[in-house]
Design a protein around this ligand. Sequence first.
Ligand SMILES: [Fe+2]
Ligand SMILES: [Fe+2]
Length: 433
Amino acid sequence: MVAPAPSSSGRMAAVQDMARLQRVLFEAERDFIRTASTLIYRVGDPELKYLLCQHLWESAGHARFLRERGREMSGFGNGETTRASVREIYNEAVMPTDALIALAGFYGVLKPALLAAYRHYLAATHHLADWPSRKLVEEFIADEERHAREMAPYLQLEAAPTWTAHLATALAAHGGWLGEQSAQPLPANFIWASSQRTYQHPPTCNRSPYPTCSSAFSYDAAETPIVRPWLVDPQTDARVIRLMVYVWLMMELDAVDYLATIFYDTPEAPFDLHHDMARHLWDESRHSAFGYRQLPKLGVDLMTVEHSLDLYNILVQMAPHERYAMMTMEFEAGSFPTKATVMDRIRELNDFEADTLLAFDRNDEQNHVRYGHHWLPQIMALGGETRSVEEFVKATQAKFVELAKVFGNRTPHSLPPERRLTGNKILTLVGVK
Ligand SMILES: [Fe+2]
Ligand SMILES: [Fe+2]
């Protein structure tokens, strides 16, 4: 995608040529984050969501190191904006309505092309002169190869031959990410799906094959697994609290799904905002995995745990900066007192693993609130919001309450009470009833 350098006869041409390649690689990584994040709430399998979050975070690392190294080199350029030719490919990649077809496009075409581009960089640069870049690129290649291996079990390339061929054609028109291959002009009948309709987040997130509900929290032990008063009641058995908090952690998949919607909606964000959101996203996916991995060890059948959809369903109706404000200023900032009580109770069990998971969760959450304070004014500005942060947060909280009346509480329990995990079932599981 890079035009031949006009100044290749210049003194610094050798550096500038490589810096220009790094610049495209930076843009290809950062726009991957912006768009592949749309897969997360569209695929159902939590393991696949977790894996995507991990890859997004690693891509954010690649982009950050490319920017750092690139800025040491003459010709990388100052801004962070992704050029239209890169954006056009990724904007196309989000278009399939079937998430597994979209996944095949990202991982069957665009990521392999990125790997090819890194290999091209390594072959094209001088091993000694550009050693600092070489070391980075060698690591990125190893990451990309691992990403391909990790995603292989989820990829159904044979189910999406038309779409992968379509994306490959779009990319071939640029000669690959770096223009390292001869460009193949687009066929006359090529139609960009992104020119025919606008991508929209689905009104609800995918959790298939798991059962769903509106919320995992209530005051009714016969209805939901988390019974609010039990969390802070000193009479509650600590083993009951441990199971409830693992369900709570697993339900942070909510945060994964709605946070993932913000990247695509903020194409003009500074890269560092997306970098920190990618970290935030990966943290939430790890918190969810804490519960997802521990619950079966404690005798819970995951097919009996309903996934709560309310937060995604309500938040997706709001603007991206409103979603971010609710997440960091309301849900996260508001969760500390209860979690502190819960952590104290769990310590009675001498369960080192549970203590560790909760300690890291708390530590991560403190960072998330810090991210919120740092980024909220900037994401508000991107959304054209001119009120003070305080005023805006208050208004957004009120708006959430109103939207919850319309879009909340709409997901009926998938499972009848006798089959789903409830507070009462948890009592039976730990043997206190
Ligand atoms: Fe979390
Ligand atoms: Fe968080």
